[in-house]
Ligand binder design. Structure first.
Ligand code: DP6
Length: 326
């Protein structure tokens, strides 16, 4: 009996410029580049054990055996890892999240980032960080951005090997904080993978994609210059543009709840009063409220006094995906 085990930890990330729509859905080659930062404190920890005695892959999420579409997605991903390694051996995967899944905090990002590193290491592949971002991308596009440290840009590219992510500034570079205002814990009805396939049904998608490089340039420069105001305007514009595409797809995807809108309006008022704060939303009703460490307690109190917010998670800028003791 041979068992090869590795364990990795990865953080989710919040996109400042969003990934929405693929040129190649199978390879997850996106129509536009994206920029994000990793969220410390929130994490997925995944142990992968390739075991010569197993006759199929098995998956446990938070201690519960998972079958169906969750397992299929992991099996498809492990097939890619086995093909690269040239080995036919099944695995037991144990994955734990310390945050709720399916509510707009991208659990697939940290899940596939941790799985990429743990699986590739356990099977004996020694691949570069760049190659690891490409591998993670095959599991979930946004997972590519959870591999490198801190602030990360994913270049869309055209092929499997040139659609990769790099760190554009380390986690210590700028003390931003993401306050995730949880509006609903319900599992979202249409997930990102199905959503990406609908992007082109919106007549607004081509305008969003055409203007993406301009928004990417402004946000990349704003991060390098630690210019909150410049970043804030583009981050909100980019989120609004993605949701405009979602709302005008067929069928239409409406992720906003009443409380989401109240939060966004308040954030704009707070910024107009001089506080560095902005909002962004992913494929769910929760609102990511981004501010600096200096203002995070102040914003936390303002959010806590609003009705309709069920929980607030606070995360600073997080590090890269890394191996830990089994
Ligand atoms: C709205 O990476 O979750 O969060 O590649 O199908 O797994 P798949 O999609 P996913 O899409 C993320 C969409 C988003 C925006 C973003 O994170 O850039």
């Amino acid at each position: 009996m041979k068992i090869f085990t590795s364990t990795a930890i990865a953080h989710p990330n919040i996109a400042l410029i969003k990934y929405w729509g693929n040129k190649n859905q199978i390879l997850r080659i996106p129509v536009n580049g994206s920029i994000s930062f990793n969220l410390d404190r929130l994490f997925t920890k995944t142990q992968v054990s390739f075991d010569s005695e197993l006759t199929a892959d098995i998956l446990f999420i938070n201690g519960i055996e998972t079958t169906g579409s969750g397992l299929s997605r992991v099996v498809s991903f492990l097939n890619i890892v086995r093909e690269i390694a040239g080995k036919q051996i099944f695995a037991q995967v144990n994955s734990e999240n310390n945050f709720p899944v399916g509510t707009g905090i991208a659990s697939s990002a940290s899940a596939f980032a941790a799985l990429s590193l743990a699986a590739s290491n356990a099977i004996g592949l020694n691949i570069s960080e760049k190659e690891l971002t490409c591998l993670a991308r095959r599991g979930s596009g946004s997972a590519s951005r959870s591999i490198p440290d801190g602030f990360v840009e994913w270049f869309p590219g055209e092929t499997d090997s040139d659609s990769f992510a790099v760190s554009i500034a380390p986690s210590t570079y700028w003390d931003l904080v993401d306050l995730v205002a949880v509006v609903s814990h319900e599992h979202k009805k249409v997930g990102s993978t199905a959503g990406h396939e609908l992007a082109n049904t919106s007549p607004l998608q081509s305008a969003r994609v055409e203007d993406a490089n301009r928004r990417l340039d402004i946000v990349r420069k704003a991060i390098i210059n630690r210019d909150f105001q410049a970043m804030a305007e583009m981050v909100e514009l980019d989120s609004n543009m993605m949701h405009a595409v979602m709302m005008t797809s067929s069928p239409a995807l409406m992720y906003w709840e009443n409380t989401s809108i109240s939060i966004m309006k308040n954030v704009q008022k707070w910024r107009a009063s001089g506080i560095p704060v902005c909002y962004t939303m992913d494929a769910g009703p929760n609102v990511h409220v981004i501010t600096t460490k200096e203002y995070s307690e102040n914003i936390n109190q303002r959010l806590a006094s609003m009705s309709g917010i069920k929980q607030i998670f606070t995360a600073a800028v997080g590090g890269k995906t890394r191996l830990v003791e089994n």
